[in-house]
Design a binder for this molecule. Structure first.
Ligand code: UN1
Length: 508
């Protein structure tokens, strides 16, 4: 395939300097695959480990900067990102094909995250705790963990990384960030804004590397003791390996993994609202969010009506150039298109595709009047008649395909919703509050939406999942502070004698 010349070259930056390159990768515009967005220099495992050592050095000084001053740096990051919001969003659209309005929302989420954490610089509260004994005081302090290695996916190339970077830096940690290579240019642009806002060299480092080199580099760094926290967003399969590696070195990981997010539609639901929610959750971002809708579990009494309206909405939806006002653009990159083609083979004879065409959008197989152009565009697909034993029901499909199944009682719906063993996001459409609370109690997901989409969480609520969706860690809001600080307990005895806990407890 002929590709246009490329003028954007990017490499890893460690300690404020460009790092060595072992290989190159071309980041391609998925909406026009003849366009190279950036040529990316990839580092090897040794460079990754060296970056962690550099970060360790820099972290010592950064931790001494008073937290309110670190908060001011976070404030500057927020303002700088805000001032460059449109150009950063345009780059995200160009590099991963995310519709511009969504890309702008993503950049907005970085600003929201900074706005939240800049104030935390003046809080980062510890506690005073009563003692069992007189003339003794107990305190707790939040200490930074040290160096955080952060490995992120490219479907949210800037917002989700900011959920790690901003609180980690605010809490006095240094960071080595390894973004997805297919979203490298967006990550690099965001990195430059963060650094320009006033972070000292080495406090934030960016390393581009492939999966295998990153894993080996991380292993080396953990062995050397230069990483104390790993943040990982990606598949459950890789997350498990990252968790094992981190655990073997007695360090902890914050794992934000896949989802098979259910939407339950009760007989009393407002059906048009549910259809709107299913359309956005299933096919917005071309179904490539970890919070995207996996299966609609609809009450048998409203099944036919719901499916008919949902299928019509999908047929009438706008798929196309992500610079325009569309529901979805192309898939993120070639490897996701390949995987998506594989998910389509999971469709069985007992299934009914109710949305129309399937597969790649082309002149011969158009979506409405859109012919697929030269991009990685795929038809949005609704598969009705999915059974609980089907792969389509049980496994995450990162792309525009949604299953539909039916239920009779709410308890049955909850059981179906929990069956795949993920537990990230979930949703229920109902007008009856007692259904809401029964569902909330029974569902294993970390996040529950009521009359709203499974995707689109706000940036100051705890974000994260259970089961195959993560190890129970939570990002965002004040809850993430427990990821990037460790509690230190202090007791101070000013009685002038040795008072022994449990043995010298004061009598009434
Ligand atoms: C992800 O896909 O990794 O809640 C995160 C949402 C977004 C974040 C998705 N704010 O859908």
């Amino acid at each position: 395939m002929r590709r246009a010349p490329v003028n954007r070259q990017i490499v890893s930056v460690v300690g404020g300097k460009d790092a060595a390159t072992a290989d190159t990768y071309e980041s391609i515009n998925p909406a026009r695959t003849t366009e190279v967005v950036a040529r990316v220099g990839l580092a090897d495992a040794a460079t990754f480990a060296a970056a962690c050592r550099t970060a360790k050095e820099a972290q010592r000084e950064w931790a001494k900067v008073p937290a309110p001053v670190r908060g001011r740096v976070i404030a500057s990051i927020g303002r700088l990102v805000e001032a460059n919001a449109e150009s950063l969003a345009r780059l995200v659209t160009e590099e991963i094909g995310k519709p511009y309005a969504e890309a702008l929302g993503e950049v907005r989420e970085i600003v929201d995250t900074c706005d939240f954490f800049l104030g935390e610089g003046r809080r980062l509260y510890g506690q005073t705790v009563p003692s069992e004994m007189p003339d003794k005081n107990l305190f707790t302090f939040r200490n930074p963990v040290g160096v955080a290695a952060v490995v992120t996916a490219g479907n949210f190339p800037v917002a989700v990384p900011s959920w790690y970077l901003v609180p980690a830096l605010l809490c006095g940690n240094a960071v080595v960030w390894k973004p997805a290579e297919y979203a490298a240019a967006s990550a690099h642009a965001m990195f430059r804004l963060f650094v320009a806002a006033g972070l000292p060299d080495g406090v934030l480092n960016i390393v581009f590397a492939d999966g295998a080199e990153t894993f080996r580099g991380l292993e080396l760094a953990l062995e050397e003791g230069s990483v104390q926290k790993v943040g990982f967003t990606g598949s459950s399969e890789v997350g498990r390996k990252v968790g094992e590696l981190t655990g073997r070195h007695l360090q902890s990981a914050c794992l934000e993994l896949g989802g098979k997010n259910p939407m339950v539609v009760m007989p009393d639901a407002e059906l048009d609202l549910a259809v709107e929610g299913a359309l956005f959750a299933g096919f917005g971002t071309a179904g490539q969010r970890c919070t995207s809708l996996g299966t609609v579990i609809v009450h048998e009494s409203v099944h036919d009506e719901f499916v008919e309206r949902f299928a019509r909405a999908v047929r009438e939806s706008r798929i196309g150039d992500p610079r325009q006002d569309v529901l979805a653009g192309p898939l993120l990159a070639e490897k996701f298109a390949e995987r998506y083609e594989e998910y389509l083979t999971w469709i069985q004879p007992h299934h009914k595709v109710v949305s129309g065409n399937i597969g790649k959008i082309t002149k011969e197989n158009p979506h409405g009047d859109f012919d697929g152009d030269q991009g990685l565009y795929y038809h949005p697909v609704i598969v009705d008649g999915v059974r609980p034993t089907d792969r389509l029901f049980l496994e995450e499909t990162f792309g525009p395909i949604v299953g539909v199944t039916t239920f009779r009682t709410l308890d049955e719906a909850i059981e179906l919703a929990n069956l795949p063993g993920y537990g990230l996001s979930s949703s229920i459409y109902t007008t009856d509050p007692k259904h809401v609370f029964r569902f909330r109690e029974g569902i294993s997901a970390g996040m529950v939406s009521v009359n709203n989409s499974t995707s689109g969480a706000e940036a100051h609520l705890p974000f994260g999942g259970n089961g195959k969706s993560g190890n129970g860690s939570r990002q965002s809001g004040m809850w993430v502070l427990d990821q990037f600080t460790r509690w230190q307990a202090m007791n101070w005895d000013h009685s002038g004698r040795l008072q022994k806990a449990q043995m010298d407890v004061a009598d009434i």
